[in-house]
Design a protein. Structure first.
Length: 320
């Protein structure tokens, strides 16, 4: 791997693309000229944070993006997945995590955190757990419903990625003494237990079910990295070690720049060496491009930034 070529890629291609892909409303879509979404806006803002301390232009771009997030927030404190939706979604966690990483502890963030703590999935409610004991398909995908995470949309089932982002937001708030007290602590305990319960045999995570009809689930890079980031406070725990080992084996075969950037972030968070034989981000972008995707451009920038993990997770700066 060539760290300098990857950093050059981020500086030459990714950051200029993100600067010019901002929409007139201050937000970003998933691609240039696409309708602004809170999710893609958050990733662009994360990518611009370090440079926003150095450039007047980037500070102005960042502030317009923040204003877009403020204008997109619903009255109950949540953020919708798409413009025009009247129901909040998992994106609320990403918005709070992003804003907290930028040093924003405003009432906008506080109302979002309260919504996160009050958002319970329905699959693990006491009534649903009672019914599950007698369901004919209870052994199709056996999981422990006593643990409760977060869903993509309110009132549905717990999934690995929404749970990971909620845990990241609540931990960031707690480290800054901003979380809503005991409610956040209890939710973090339940969510952490759910992630470990959903671990695939042999390590790593997929969207949510580690076993289906007795067949082990296949881990995926994205869910594995977000879960590892959410669980970074327990680096020596066996489940995290086995997941890091799976990720180290998997990166050699990754051909997606987005997945490779996430893998680099995940391994760096645990100070693991980049595996021998794994491709570089620059190599994959030269071969496959990055589809002018706002999240992928942002992840490449974050994977080559020594500040991201310190800012987003409270970790020391690491070499990238």
């Amino acid at each position: 791997m060539d760290p300098e070529s990857d950093k050059s890629l981020a500086a030459r291609i990714c950051l200029p693309f993100l600067r010019t892909a901002q929409n007139s409303d201050g937000g970003w879509g998933f691609h240039r000229s696409a309708a602004s979404r809170a999710e893609s806006t958050c990733w662009a803002l994360f990518a611009l944070m370090e440079s926003s301390q150095q450039s007047t232009e980037d500070r102005a771009i960042f502030e317009r993006g923040r204003v877009f997030l403020a204008s997109s927030q619903l009255a109950d404190g949540s953020w919708p997945a798409t413009a025009g939706d009247t129901t909040g979604s998992w994106v609320t966690s990403l918005c709070c995590w992003t804003l907290l990483a930028s040093g924003d502890h405003s009432t906008m963030v506080q109302s979002g955190l309260r919504w996160i703590c009050d958002d319970w999935p329905s699959d693990s409610s006491p009534w649903r757990r009672f019914l599950a004991r007698f369901a004919s398909d209870r052994n199709v995908a056996p999981v422990n419903y006593r643990y409760r995470g977060w869903s993509w949309t309110p009132g549905t089932s717990s999934w690995v990625e929404p749970t990971s982002f909620a845990l990241l937001a609540l931990e960031s708030a707690e480290s800054g003494q901003q979380a809503p007290g005991a409610a956040a602590k209890r939710r973090r305990q339940l969510g952490t237990s759910l992630l470990y319960d959903r671990l695939c045999p042999g390590g790593g995570w997929n969207a949510g079910n580690p076993m289906v009809y007795g067949v082990p689930g296949e881990p995926l890079a994205g869910p594995t990295v977000w879960a590892l980031l959410a669980l970074h406070g327990e680096p020596a725990r066996a489940e995290n070690v086995s997941s890091l080992e799976w990720l180290e084996r998997a990166v050699v075969g990754i051909r997606s720049p987005g997945s490779l950037a996430l893998a680099k972030i995940g391994l760096a968070a645990y100070e693991r060496e980049w595996p021998s034989g794994a491709p570089s981000l620059n190599e994959l972008v030269e071969k496959n491009g990055f589809l002018e995707s706002v999240p992928i451009a942002a992840w490449i920038r974050l994977a080559t930034s020594s500040d991201f993990l310190a800012r987003a997770l409270g970790l020391k700066k690491v070499a990238v």
